[in-house]
Ligand binder design. Structure first.
Ligand code: F6P
Length: 516
């Protein structure tokens, strides 16, 4: 970074810090004195609405983050990504996952989609089950899509996933299936991942009638034994955690009816157009990235909870964890300089309402504030019609409770009205009080349709990119996963009867002996 941009960046962040100092001790509820607040902080994108009004932010603070985006060359980097230029500078690659769902996708992409469609038509009558083996980006996306769109699964087709190298996972995946009526899909960008290949070898030995693979290394899949015509390619310009739009989701193309996979891509393309064209301060993924950055960097919240109030989105937090933390869990900038601040918070979460009955206690009364992102499905819902209102009431109530809280005086007064003695009310007051003043975002998708799901997942991809731009990191590499893999390979022989590596530390050596 040259001296001028260094100074501009420093100044922009100083302005953000000044805005944060202005808002840090304000009561969230007091911000609603501005009658235009909800409208000013509610934004729309295809299939998605986000209300940031319960965040500790206002338009001036958002504008200060917009200024950071400007000095970070958000417009330039976004244009570079959509022009297919190299934005993954450490691996010297473009990041063109958006191209997989573009209406004018290149011929090679369309050819693989046609190959997938033809395979689907041919194979479906011959199978009752699909076993999908992959891990990380080769698992989480298609697993989430299948779970979210389960009602669109072709009748009578069982879909199983296994990722973990703990054998229980793959054993469960084939349990009760007839190998003669099963298709095994091995999904691995590199086709070298230890866990996936170990699982694939086990399932292949069980004797499934059909084998297919999705990979960016087709020659390796063919060498492993997948018939060439059943190998579905994707490309090194698709990062693993951005790959669900590719042949990685062959299982979805096979198992979902009503053209769901194509509709998923179309919904994502709608979000791509919004992200590509809208200016930062009217751009939902970018604004949401600004909020994430604000909470992490300006206000110092180390994590946030993503809580879909939709059972069919229960796997969203797991997919988001890889997307956000594998992308932005970095400690140096694109140029290799030490970061002055974190590029992302810890992502965690689970579906509501279940989460209310487990970790929401900590969100409401724990010492530290953890911002929450609520996602509801505003469209039709399955099951008993009367449940829909209850889901919404719970989501809205949790956001309201986090912000409003309940004072000790209020808690005591309530107890007294219920006939609790004054001494008991005094004793329980501190336990029954809620600090409140805790931030959240409320988002809705317009339906749990393939289109809306595609838009939602693309929204998160672009938010991750925008957050990386604000922080100055490359979100498209993941060198941090390598060291553990190398060490696992070095330790494996010792656990298979060989000697412990000479350079292993004493603790690891003791564990090798214990577990051998
Ligand atoms: O170890 C991390 C990782 O490389 C992820 O980035 C990737 O999604 C996953 O492993 C699986 O890799 P592959 O698709 O090559 O098997």
């Amino acid at each position: 970074m040259n001296a001028t941009s260094f100074a501009a960046t420093k100044q922009a962040w100083a302005n953000v810090a000044r805005e944060a100092a202005r808002l840090a001790n304000v009561k969230l509820q007091d911000l609603f004195a501005d009658p235009k607040r909800v409208a000013a902080l509610t934004f729309e994108a295809p299939h998605l609405i986000a209300d940031f009004s319960k965040q500790r932010i206002d338009s001036a603070a958002l504008a200060s983050l917009g200024a950071v985006a400007q000095v970070a060359d958000f417009d330039g980097l976004r244009a570079k990504m959509f022009a297919g230029e190299i934005v993954n500078n450490t691996e010297r690659r473009a990041a063109m996952h958006w191209r997989l769902r573009a209406p004018d996708a290149p011929a090679e992409v369309k050819a693989v989609r046609a190959q997938m469609a033809a395979f689907a038509t041919r194979i479906r009558p011959q199978i009752d089950a699909i076993v999908h083996l992959g891990i990380g980006g080769s698992d989480l996306g298609p697993r989430l899509v299948m779970d979210a769109l389960r009602p669109l699964t072709h009748a009578g087709l069982q879909v199983r996933f296994a990722a973990n190298v703990d054998g229980a996972d793959v054993a469960d995946a084939i349990e009760g299936l007839d190998p003669k009526r099963t298709l095994l899909i091995v999904v691995s960008k590199t086709f070298t991942t230890q866990e996936t290949l170990a699982n694939a070898e086990f399932v292949r030995a069980w004797g499934p009638a059909h084998l297919a693979a999705a990979t960016a290394a087709p020659e390796k899949a063919i060498a492993w034994g997948v018939p060439a015509e059943n190998v579905f390619a994707f490309w090194d310009w698709v990062g693993g955690r951005y790959s669900l739009w590719s042949s990685v989701s062959l299982v979805c193309a096979l198992a979902l009816k009503n053209n769901a996979f194509e509709r998923l891509l179309a919904g994502a393309a709608e979000m791509d157009a919004h992200f590509r064209d809208a200016p930062f301060l009217a751009n939902l993924p970018a604004l949401s990235a600004a909020i994430q950055t604000w909470n992490r960097e300006a206000l110092g919240h180390g994590s946030y909870a993503a809580i879909p109030y939709a059972e069919r989105l229960r796997l969203l937090p797991a997919w988001l964890q890889q997307l956000e933390m594998e992308s932005n869990g970095k400690r140096v900038t694109r140029d290799g300089e030490a970061l002055e601040r974190s590029a992302c918070a810890v992502t965690w979460g689970a579906a509501g309402t279940n989460a209310q009955h487990s970790f929401f206690q900590l969100l409401h009364q724990g010492v530290q504030e953890i911002p929450v992102e609520f996602i509801v499905n505003a469209g039709a819902q399955e099951g008993p019609p009367s449940h829909r209102a209850k889901v919404f009431a719970n989501a809205l109530a949790q956001a309201q409770a986090l912000m409003a809280g309940k004072s000790e005086a209020q808690a005591k007064a309530e107890m007294l009205t219920k006939g609790v003695s004054a001494a008991e009310a005094e004793r329980l007051g501190p336990h029954r009080a809620f600090p409140g003043n805790r931030a959240s975002t409320m988002m809705s998708i317009d339906a749990l349709s393939p289109e809306a799901l595609g838009a939602l997942l693309a929204f998160y991809e672009h938010r991750t990119f925008a957050q990386a731009v604000l922080a100055g990191v490359n979100p498209f590499d993941q060198w941090g996963v390598e060291l553990g893999k190398e060490m696992a390979n070095a330790l494996l022989p010792a656990l298979e009867g060989g000697a412990a590596p000479a350079n292993a530390d004493a603790s690891t050596t003791a564990w090798l002996k214990r577990l051998r």
